[in-house]
Each structure stands twice: as structure tokens, then as C-alpha cells.
Write a protein that binds this ligand. Structure first.
Ligand code: ATP
Ligand code: MG
Length: 403
């Protein structure tokens, strides 16, 4: 058994000593069988949340009425969830009630996909009532039970299906795919935050190209913010080496460029992304246009700063369908060799300018500073106060701020 499970084993043993069942379930079992990196180790049990809380000294109540208690053990936290079934779904996203039960099989039945509906006992034995192992072997995403019902209960599952296609490089089982085509419109009932969360996982997956093609083919894209009319552009994206994008902001920058989004801020607001991300991506989007037009100038590199510059380079390489690892080092070297890296490095200040040119303070000062910056960065002007002052006097006489 893998270390992640061994560490959590005392939880299962304690629950069993108290006379209840407990198993590892869900994503960790799937990822273990696929030999992928194991994320959170979740536990399912026949004990109720109150019973679980009594067994462990350190627990956190995160959603007892849904059955989940967090148990803290050796500095790690584990979700321990009581076996449950769910009542009729309302609004295509939430069950009317959840009922705690004592049957593992019924708990596994309510889970979304066969590959997510397996359990593992404390000896490492896999419990697989719904053909999960077989689907893992054949690399398919298939709902537990009738996909038409399962997606109409909870529409988010459709996006989860595509997200797993991307993360695991699996195929969608045919009826599962047909059911998505049938029910994609129910996605309008799902909160944007949950949609965005799944979409970001989808973009980050190994097979995002395949998953994006499915977004287009199944018409799911029609219910995504700001792209409901952009099927052709979305399909174009699938020809690009998206795996070279590594950061969350990379995807949004690439996406807004490829989809030719005019109002980047508004588009990203529709996805309810954090303000900071929106701000960064909007700035980067402008810089990206400059980069594609003019290539790397010292001024652009200076303006962006090294981290944003590396991001622009990543996105540029994807847009140009190239992979040039050494370009990143070249860019770092170019950055280190810039004559200045911030305005504070400039050998002259706004106050100096006001002393030399006796005009009323105003916007013009920062305009001058910017021009000096550009000249210094382009090595037209040495970053030396005497030098710059001379240049200023000369320019001012000619009344030509660009000199
Ligand atoms: P990840 O690696 O992203 O955490 P995961 O499979 O663990 O993948 P979670 O969202 O953490 O996914 O959910 C844990 C488990 O709960 C899933 O494996 C699945 O069994 C079940 N599950 C999660 N969301 C749903 C849903 N919308 N409908 C049915 N079952 C779900
Ligand atoms: Mg998980």
C-alpha cells in the first residue's frame, strides 16, 4: 500500500475498532490504480458524523449535515464522509436531502463516474461494484448508472466528465457523451464559480486539446460565459501545444488572444475570476500584442518584469507552435543586462527635471521620465545624471520632447 494510504490507515482502524466500516474512496483510489500522484485521501464510513467525532481527538465540522467531518492526524487532514444516498435533485444541482446509510454499495452508486466509484479496504483490496477497474483499463469515462439521469440530477458532472478526459487522457464513453449533448443546456443552472473551477482544471490537464474539442462537439461551450458564439475559434485552439502553458494566468491570456476577445476585463469578469488575475491578464494581453508585433525590446522586458516576460514568452511560443527552451534563459540574461530595472534605477528624478526645466509641474514630467527611460533602455542615452541633464536641456531648447 502506498505511503499516502498508510498514513491514513490509523483512521480506518480506529473506526473499525469502534464497530463501523471504513474505506478509502474516490479520487485517491482511482489515482493509485492509475499510478498517478495521489491527491487527497478521502475516507467513507458507515459511522455517522457524530460517531466519527467521538472517536478522534481532533476533528473539524465542515459539513456534518452532508456527512463530512475532517479528521486531523499527524499534521494531515482527511475528509471522513458518512455513507449516504441523495434524495430527488432540485434545480439540476443539489439533492433535496441526503440520508445517511450503512451500505457502502449505495454510497458508491451515487458517485459520478465508475472510475471514481471504487473503494479500497485496509488490506488494499479494491471494491468495485460498477466496473470501474474495467473502465480504467479501457480508459473511458462512464457515469455510474444512466448518464441521462445522472447529468440531469447534477449538471456539473458534465463538465467534470470533460475535465477528467483532459486530466487522465481518457475517452468519453458513447452514451455518456450523448447524454452531455442531450443535457448541456442544464449547465445554465450551475454557478459560474463552479464552472470556472472545473474549466481551469480542464485547461491544465494533459489532454486539454481533446477536452476542448469535446466542449465544442457536445455544445457545452454554448453555456460558457462569453464564448457561446465562438465554436470555430474554440476548435482552432485545439491545434496548439497547450501543454506548454503552465500557470493559471497563461490559459486565460492565451484564451483571450485566440478567441479575439475585445474587452478582456469584461470577459474575465464574466468568469468571476479574481480581480488581481483580471488585472494582470488585461495588462499582459496588451503586452502580448506588442511582443508579437515587435519582438523582445528592452523596453517591453522592463515594463513587464521578468516573471510576466517569461509568461509572455510561454504564450508566444504556444501561439507560434514552437518550443524553444533556451529562449527563456536568453530572456533572463537580457533582463539581468538591462541598463535599469525600475524607475528608481534611473539616474534622474522628477524633481531634477523640474529644477532644469522651469515649467509648472504637470503630466509632462512623467512623460519626460518615460522618454528618458526608453532612451536609456534602448541605449540611446547613458544612465548618468550629467548625461541625462545635458540631453534634457538640449531637448528642451529644441522643444522636441523626443529629440
Ligand atoms: P480530484 O483529483 O480533482 O480531487 P476527485 O475524484 O477526488 O478528483 P473530488 O471533486 O475531490 O474529485 O470528489 C471526490 C469524489 O466525490 C469523487 O471521486 C466522486 O466519487 C465524488 N463526487 C465528487 N463530485 C461529485 C458529483 N458532482 N457527483 C457525484 N459524485 C461526485
Ligand atoms: Mg479529491
Amino acid at each position: 500500500m502506498k505511503g499516502e494510504f498508510l498514513q491514513a490507515l490509523p483512521i480506518i482502524e480506529t473506526i473499525q475498532e469502534n464497530g463501523y466500516e471504513a474505506y478509502f474512496v474516490g479520487g485517491s483510489v482511482r489515482d493509485f490504480l492509475l499510478d498517478r500522484k495521489i491527491g487527497d485521501v478521502d475516507i467513507a464510513t458507515s459511522a455517522t458524523p457524530d460517531e466519527v467525532q467521538k472517536m478522534f481527538p481532533k476533528t473539524i465540522d465542515v459539513g456534518k449535515k452532508h456527512g463530512t467531518v475532517i479528521v486531523l492526524l499527524n499534521g494531515k487532514s482527511y475528509e471522513v464522509t458518512t455513507f449516504r444516498t441523495e434524495g430527488q435533485y432540485v434545480d439540476y444541482r443539489k439533492p433535496q436531502y441526503v440520508r445517511f446509510i450503512r451500505s457502502l454499495k449505495e454510497d458508491l452508486r451515487r458517485r459520478d463516474f465508475t472510475i471514481n466509484a471504487m473503494a479500497m479496504d485496509k488490506t488494499g483490496e479494491i471494491i468495485d461494484y460498477f466496473g470501474g477497474k474495467n473502465d480504467l483499463k479501457n480508459r473511458v469515462i462512464r457515469t455510474v448508472g444512466n448518464p441521462y439521469e445522472r447529468f440531469s440530477e447534477d449538471a456539473l458532472r458534465m463538465l467534470r466528465a470533460l475535465r477528467f478526459v483532459s486530466q487522465l487522457s481518457f475517452q468519453l464513453e458513447e452514451e455518456t457523451k450523448n447524454a452531455i449533448i442531450r443535457w448541456n443546456r442544464l449547465l445554465k443552472e450551475i454557478s459560474i464559480e463552479r464552472i470556472t473551477n472545473e474549466m481551469e482544471k480542464l485547461f491544465a490537464g494533459q489532454s486539454s486539446n481533446q477536452a476542448i474539442r469535446l466542449l465544442a462537439e457536445t455544445d457545452v461551450y454554448r453555456h460558457l460565459p462569453g464564448i457561446s458564439h465562438l465554436q470555430d475559434r474554440l476548435l482552432k485552439i485545439t491545434d496548439y501545444p497547450l501543454q506548454q502553458l503552465t500557470e493559471r494566468e497563461d490559459y486565460w491570456l492565451f484564451l483571450t488572444y485566440m478567441l479575439k476577445i475585445e474587452d478582456v476585463r469584461m470577459f474575465l469578469q464574466q468568469w468571476k475570476l479574481p480581480r488581481k488575475l483580471i488585472q494582470n491578464v488585461a495588462l499582459q494581453r496588451e503586452r502580448l500584442s506588442v511582443l508579437l508585433e515587435k519582438g523582445w525590446t528592452n523596453y517591453l522586458l522592463y515594463q513587464a518584469g521578468i516573471d510576466s516576460a517569461l509568461q509572455l514568452e510561454r504564450v508566444k511560443q504556444v501561439l507560434q507552435k514552437e518550443k524553444n527552451v533556451s529562449a527563456f534563459q536568453t530572456l533572463k540574461d537580457q533582463y539581468i543586462n538591462l541598463p535599469i530595472r525600475s524607475r528608481a534605477d534611473l539616474a534622474i528624478t522628477g524633481k531634477d527635471i523640474l529644477d532644469i526645466i522651469e515649467k509648472k509641474p504637470g503630466q509632462w514630467v512623467s512623460k519626460y521620465l518615460q522618454i528618458i527611460e526608453e532612451h536609456v533602455l534602448n541605449r540611446k542615452l547613458e544612465n548618468d545624471s550629467g548625461n541625462i541633464k545635458e540631453w534634457l536641456i538640449h531637448c528642451n531648447q529644441k522643444l522636441d520632447e523626443n529629440c
